[in-house]
Design a protein around this ligand. Structure first.
Ligand code: GAR
Length: 223
């Protein structure tokens, strides 16, 4: 049986992304155990969702800190205490910069096809409003590793959805989130199976698990 990844989930809002992961996890479809859910807002419904499933949850409110740096420091310390294998951003609307030892182990889902419609100020509903205003015919969901900036880390998976003539930000969000619910667990599974290789900006997905782990063993020996 595959080892379950000790996971910390960071969120800021309603937590439908978290709920999807919990449902998959409880169905035995996702090899993770969620050790802690952290919210950047005291009133995020995601905290309640976690507690409903007996998952430890706490708020580290951005508003309680004088600066982003102080907030980030507290967040990084709390995450570090858990010693997670994986950090999952699930609708976390602020910049998070953990210790560099976590690079390659932090994932985010963004509700557009990166590098379009992303970056500071483009999150949640703002993204879908901007997509519709631009007239593009396609949007989608992106799962990527997190680096030091907003939405610039190596892309793991993307799924496109059509933007329809009569779409509103709400109707588009619904379709994009359906894509998110599919590709986020998929990306986490690939990570758990040790099948993701970051090579510069590109994330390669090993198709042959046996060969993949042999190559990694050779690399480990060389290094
Ligand atoms: C999701 O659509 C996610 O892609 C987006 O916020 C929503 C969270 O929903 N995240 C971002 O925009 C991050 N840049 P939820 O709170 O119901 O999980």
């Amino acid at each position: 049986m595959m080892k379950k990844l000790r996971t910390v989930v960071l969120l800021s809002g309603s937590g439908t992304t978290l709920q999807n992961l919990i449902d998959k996890m409880e169905a035995g479809d996702l090899p993770i155990e969620i050790a802690l859910v952290i919210s950047s807002r005291n009133d995020a419904y995601g905290l309640e969702r976690a507690r409903n499933h007996k998952i430890p949850a706490r708020a580290i409110s951005r508003k309680s800190f004088p600066s982003w740096e102080a907030f980030n420091q507290e967040l990084a310390k709390t995450v570090d205490e858990i010693e997670p294998d994986l950090i999952v951003l699930a609708g976390f609307m602020l910049l998070f910069r953990p210790d560099s030892k976590y690079y390659g182990r932090i994932m985010n889902v963004h509700p557009a096809l990166i590098p379009s419609f992303c970056g500071k100020g483009l999150y949640g509903h703002h993204v879908h409003e901007a997509v519709i205003a631009s007239g593009v015919k396609i949007s989608g969901a992106t799962v990527h590793f997190v680096d030091e900036q907003y939405d610039t880390g190596p892309i793991i998976l993307q799924k496109a959805v059509d933007v329809l003539d009569d779409d509103t930000p709400d109707s588009l969000a619904e379709r994009v989130q359906e894509a998110e619910r599919e590709i986020y667990p998929q990306a986490i599974r690939l990570f758990a199976e040790n099948r993701l290789r970051i090579e510069g900006k590109r994330v390669k997905i090993c198709t042959d698990r046996k060969r993949c782990s042999t190559i990694m063993q050779i690399i480990a020996v060389i290094m």
